[in-house]
Design a protein around this ligand. Sequence first.
Ligand code: HEM
Length: 146
Amino acid sequence: MAIHLLVASFWIGGMLFMILALSPYVRKLPHDVSVKAYQEVGKRYSLWGTVIGLPVLFLTGIYNMKTMGVSLSDLMNFSNPYAATLHHKIHLFFITVFLAVIHDFYIGPRSHLNKKFRITARIIGVLNLILGISIIYLAAKLRMGG
Ligand code: HEM
């Protein structure tokens, strides 16, 4: 559970930092400097957040699930409120992974090409933050029994 919490903190904290602290400053920099800053910081966050973090969250999440005695059939059949909440959490997780992969490996690396890519990258970034906050809400609900 500790590793799950640590990686969850990095995932959510990283997005909050990018959107609330880094982007407002980087956007004011000259275009070529801001492009380089976004690409460099984005690549590092993508490595630790998307490539390493998300798979670790899934594996430790499965471990937590087993520790809590929830079977795959419980999950698929919404057998109890806990399994139902976890089902929804995993659904949001898969959407998060899909958006993160699109953002980090297709849209993000092209965001310096034109305004459309830049705006799309920002929209996906904010969407994934909203999904992350929703996942945290469901995680807290799990703690309360689902
Ligand atoms: C972005 C992805 C995720 C985030 C941010 C996240 C966050 C969290 C947090 C903060 C907790 C602690 C809740 C608490 O103790 O109050 C937690 C617990 C848990 N997570 Fe995740 N999680 C993520 C993905 C997953 C996935 C993919 C699974 C399942 C495959 C999962 C399964 C669980 C389980 C079973 C618990 C234990 C809940 C309990 O009974 O206390 N999580 N998660």
